[in-house]
Write a protein that binds this ligand. Structure first.
Ligand code: MG
Length: 449
């Protein structure tokens, strides 16, 4: 059995993700830290989900039983917790199900340097969890507990210190912010106001029933934001997912900004100020490669997952990295996806004078298609697909990627579900369609063999 998915442990609260589990995970992490001499201090935080207090309290009790000293940082975005952990404690626990639907919750571990916990660390915590070989402290060594409500302010101050304050303030921007009743309610509206913007808010009251919209900020749930931007004549709309490590934008015409466009625009902006390497997963559009190369930078492809992107950025000293889902990483701040930091950088872009819709229309155009196929024996099928592709040059950074002169196709198994994802891209819509058909026929054939 596997506990940790791509992004921590997740499930429906009190059904798949219970207080017992959170307590055992707290004990497991405490035991792991004891074994590896990683220190005693752990910060715990949560997003606005209803079951957050229950799971947080259980995780804290588990940690205290192993002798850890726990600080409760309250309700805050995951990147704010990560920033706090890096400067104050030896590890962190975030109670969140990120962008998942309302009924879900989960638990995510943060390493002492504020980065996402490594996959090998997760595997060991998982082993401890299932073996139940917990380090249980003697009565006089059980842990202490305190609260610290300064994490949000420290986080916002740090972002403000990194952006071009004069440029943004002088632009007099109007921004509509939709935190979706999630963890960014107490952050992004305030931050943008500090940066001199006129801020209009939607769904900005913390509420774990998410009455305004679903926690994932996709185009189809952001209709209110798009309409409000248009009606108010704002320069920009900003929306976050439940734990605000991701962000989505709406341009001044009320149009949703495609996440691949966001990635390319941000790469261009960063490279304009600092030349260097840019890291993105193999599933990203060629837009970011074209933009990076035209700005004199170097693009590095990596496996899918923010932890892989962050790790590669550290190893290569990259100046920017990100995934095509609104999870962007700015190394001058921290090596994790950061929604509020991305929003602040976007203000710099728009403060430059050109409208977001104009900037978007200047980007290279590609057509990309993504599909998924249900499939039970993933490893087996992928192996057969690899054999069928033998004649071609296959890039195995993550899954199987084949480059053609006029496009590419990527076939990769999901890390969490019994599905195979197929991606295709080309400058020609017909060619993209042809590639995706080729890929899906190949996968279907290999799974029926
Ligand atoms: Mg998230």
């Amino acid at each position: 059995m596997k506990l940790f998915g791509t992004n921590g442990v997740r499930g429906i609260a009190n059904r798949e993700m219970t207080a017992d589990m959170a307590m055992a995970l707290g004990k497991s992490l405490g035991t792991y830290m004891q074994r590896h001499n990683l220190g005693l201090r752990v910060t715990v935080g949560r997003d606005t989900r209803i079951s957050g207090d229950m799971l947080k309290s259980a995780a804290i009790a588990g940690l205290l039983s192993t002798g850890r000293e726990v600080t409760d940082a309250g309700v805050l975005p995951t990147p704010a917790l990560q920033y706090y952990v890096r400067s104050h404690t030896d590890a962190g626990v975030m109670i969140t199900a990120s962008h998942n639907p309302r009924e879900y919750n989960g638990l995510k571990i943060v390493a002492g340097d504020g980065t996402e916990f490594s996959r090998s660390g997760e595997a060991e915590v998982e082993d401890i969890y299932f073996s139940q070989q917990f380090h249980i402290a003697e009565w006089e060594r059980t842990g202490s507990f305190s609260r610290d409500s300064t994490a949000l302010k420290t986080y916002m101050d740090a972002i403000i210190s990194l952006v071009d304050l004069d440029l943004i303030r002088n632009a007099g921007l109007t921004v509509v912010v939709d935190p979706g009743c999630g963890a960014s309610c107490e952050v992004t509206p305030l931050l943008l106001r500090h940066l001199g913007c006129r801020v209009i808010t939607l769904n900005a009251q913390p509420d774990g029933t998410f009455p305004g919209r679903a926690p994932e900020p996709t185009k189809d749930v952001l209709t209110d934001l798009m309409n409000t931007v248009k009606a108010s004549g704002a320069d920009l709309g900003v929306a976050h997912d439940g734990d605000a490590d991701r962000v989505a934008f709406v341009d001044e015409m009320g149009e949703f900004l495609d996440e691949e466009d966001l990635l390319a625009l941000m790469a261009e902006h960063v490279l304009r100020h600092k030349k260097g390497k840019v890291v993105t997963p193999v599933s990203s559009s060629l837009q970011i490669r074209d933009v990076t190369e035209s700005m004199g930078g170097e693009l590095i492809w990596t496996a899918v997952g923010s932890i892989d992107v962050a790790r590669k950025m550290i190893d290569t000293g990259a100046v920017f990295g990100g995934e095509g889902n609104g999870g962007l990483i700015f190394p001058e701040f921290q090596y994790c996806r950061d929604g509020a930091m991305t929003a602040a950088r976007m203000l710099e872009i728009v403060a430059g004078g050109r409208k977001l819709s104009e900037l978007k229309s200047g980007l290279p155009v590609y057509y990309n298609i993504k599909i998924k196929i249900r499939c039970n024996n993933l490893d087996d099928v992928i192996q057969k697909v690899a054999c069928a592709l033998e004649e071609q040059e296959v890039d195995t950074t993550d899954g199987l990627k084949v480059w053609y002169p006029d496009g590419w196709i990527l076939i990769r198994p999901s890390g969490t579900e019994p599905i195979i994802r197929i991606y295709a891209e080309s400058k020609s819509p017909d060619r993209a369609e042809e590639l995706i058909q080729y890929g899906s026929r190949l996968v279907e054939k290999c799974s029926n063999e």
